[in-house]
Design a protein around this ligand. Structure first.
Ligand SMILES: [Zn+2]
Length: 125
């Protein structure tokens, strides 16, 4: 519950501190980036409080964070990039608190299935 509250509070604080003149617009844009969690619909179960999102869901892959950081460079996409970076940091921090890891070692991507399938077939030999 605190995790979800932080997804609203941190963008609000960042907007209030760094975007004083347009804090309302900035906070709304950053909060709307929570839509990145739409990738949870591909998982089963859709929501698992004990599961680490980073490295598991398609839009929560570590390489995407590089794209989100890049979005922060350009003024037109800066608020979206910042909102996504805040989101990923909060998710990773939640992973650290609940599982002791920053990134889920079990990937939900095609590459993850290939690697895990390969590893499990090796262990069954
Ligand atoms: Zn998330």
């Amino acid at each position: 519950m605190l995790h979800i509250a932080l997804h609203f509070l941190v963008p609000l604080v960042v907007a209030a501190v760094f975007f004083r003149r347009r804090w309302q617009y900035a906070s709304v844009v950053m909060i709307v980036t929570m839509l990145v969690d739409i990738d949870h619909v591909l998982a089963s179960p859709m929501y698992d409080p004990g599961r680490c999102s980073i490295g598991f869901h398609p839009l929560h892959q570590p390489w995407w964070v590089g794209v989100y950081v890049l979005l922060c460079v350009f003024p037109a996409s800066r608020l979206v990039g910042l909102g996504l970076c805040i989101h990923m940091f909060l998710d990773a921090f939640d992973c650290q608190l609940t599982s002791g890891v920053w990134v889920n070692p079990v990937s939900n991507t095609l590459a993850g299935f290939v690697v895990q399938g390969g590893l499990s077939s090796l262990s069954s030999v």
